[in-house]
Design a protein around this ligand. Structure first.
Ligand SMILES: Nc1nc2c(ncn2[C@@H]2O[C@H](COP(=O)(O)OP(=O)(O)OP(=O)(O)O)[C@@H](O)[C@H]2O)c(=O)[nH]1
Ligand SMILES: [Mg+2]
Length: 238
């Protein structure tokens, strides 16, 4: 089985080499890393390019136009399918998503089609985030569950693992979101296709190196996307 860990990056030069090294040390056979970088000004792509020349299991997708977390993710998924992945993991580069959970996420694919790194199931935690941020996340989860009818506890987690057939089925060519609201769109489409989603407990950690690109404002964009998705579904366009 070929597994590809897809990491979207923008200015992650302080994190990426260490993260790739940690992933490569995991005891998993046929494990590849694909970094989807939007031509970062801090030259994250150059670090990955150098590593990829020495190790054939490290891949770089350097995107020169249409920057965005969502678009980069879609391009990365397509590339991973092209490279022949049987399982695809997506994770952030800033160590909020610790690589030690990768084996558990992969194992969870025995029970489901998509595995979600979850802060809100037993054994998981939301790090030492301020209380108000935890409250906002809690509210966002309630809202998404109510509107979209998804049953999971951590709808906004971007630490995910998919079976190949899931990404083949949800039609990556028709995605609406260009930014981080892609997380909600994919979750809803996976739910509508009736794939089984399982949650794996993770401890979320705050970013230690580099700057935040998305932060709070993307959460509000996510709210609008949820309404849009629900509307499109009601009028039969989704
Ligand atoms: N390719 C690409 N990756 C991006 C873009 N924006 C963010 N990313 C990456 O997406 C991941 C999540 O971004 P973060 O800035 O950590 O967003 P966040 O986790 O919501 O914010 P923090 O909690 O402050 O870290 C990181 O790996 C980023 O480098 C983008 O426009 N293009
Ligand atoms: Mg982050």
């Amino acid at each position: 089985m070929k597994t590809i860990v897809m990491i979207p990056t923008y200015n992650e030069s302080e994190n990426i080499a260490k993260l790739i090294q940690a992933i490569k040390q995991l005891p998993i056979k046929n494990l590849h890393v694909l970094v989807t970088d939007d031509n970062s000004p801090d030259e994250t792509w150059k670090i990955v390019e150098k590593l990829s020349k020495k190790d054939k299991t490290i891949h770089l997708l350097r995107r020169m136009e249409n920057k965005g977390r969502g678009l980069a993710g879609i391009a990365g998924f397509k590339e991973a399918l092209q490279l022949g992945a049987d399982a695809i993991i997506e994770m952030d580069a800033d160590y909020s998503h610790h690589p030690k959970y990768i084996p558990k996420l992969l194992e969870a694919l025995h029970d489901g089609d998509m595995a979600l790194g979850s802060r809100f199931v037993k054994g998981g935690s939301d790090g030492d985030r301020p209380l108000w941020r935890q409250f906002v996340t809690f509210g966002a989860n309630m809202y998404i569950k109510l509107f979209l009818g998804v049953k999971v506890k951590d709808c906004n987690s971007g630490y995910r693992c998919y079976k190949r057939k899931v990404l083949e089925t949800i039609n990556l060519d028709t995605m609406i979101a260009k930014g981080p609201d892609i997380v909600q769109e994919i979750l809803y489409k996976v739910h509508l296709k009736k794939f089984k989603i399982v949650e794996v407990p993770i401890s979320f950690e705050e970013r230690k190196e580099g700057k935040s690109k998305l932060g709070m404002k993307h959460l509000f964009k996510g709210y609008t996307m949820v309404l849009k998705l629900k509307f499109l579904h009601l009028v039969g366009k989704l």
